[in-house]
Design a protein around this ligand. Structure first.
Ligand code: HEM
Length: 142
């Protein structure tokens, strides 16, 4: 996996994530509320109580954001995660929905700090993460 991000973009992602991190609980509950609103068909894949889920999502996002300067270390983590997601019934198209919802959530959390540059840097980040995961999980079906 080649990192196409500039050092400036990596810094934008790391700094903006640090801003929403203290509100991780609210941010993740907003994320899932939006996800289940725009894609109600994925709700049954998740447990009824989503408290733990939100913590896990933020933890992995935090790891990914920190590892942008060291992607080779992140790849096996994401590959394993993606294979696990096959068992939940997650399909490749769901990654696009989750990406959209993530950007929307960051926009809510960051307000004016969600500048076009920050948005672009997050798009790059999510694309790297999703491509790595989908490459591992769906390569054979493609
Ligand atoms: C950047 C992409 C994603 C990341 C970082 C991520 C992260 C995680 C993490 C850390 C877990 C905890 C359990 C585990 O380790 O497997 C998890 C579970 C799960 N994820 Fe994801 N995920 C991503 C994309 C998706 C997508 C696209 C879907 C589709 C709707 C999805 C649906 C689920 C479901 C259903 C569970 C299991 C919930 C449970 O039974 O506890 N995830 N995810």
């Amino acid at each position: 996996m080649v990192n196409t991000m500039t050092p400036e973009q990596i810094e934008l992602v790391q700094n903006s994530f640090a801003k929403v991190r203290p509100a991780a609980k609210d941010v993740s509950s907003l994320f899932y509320k939006r996800l289940f609103h725009v894609a109600p068909q994925v709700r049954p894949m998740f447990p009824e109580n989503m408290d733990e889920q939100g913590k896990k999502l933020m933890a992995v996002l935090g790891t990914a954001v920190q590892s942008l300067t060291n992607l080779p270390a992140l790849v096996p983590v994401l590959e394993k995660l993606a294979i696990g997601h096959l068992e939940y019934g997650v399909e490749e198209a769901h990654y696009d929905v989750v990406g959209e919802v993530l950007l929307w959530t960051l926009e809510q959390g960051l307000g004016d700090d969600f500048t076009p540059e920050v948005r672009d840097a997050w798009i790059e980040t999510y694309t790297i993460v999703a491509q790595t995961m989908c490459g591992a999980a769906y390569a054979k079906a493609a």
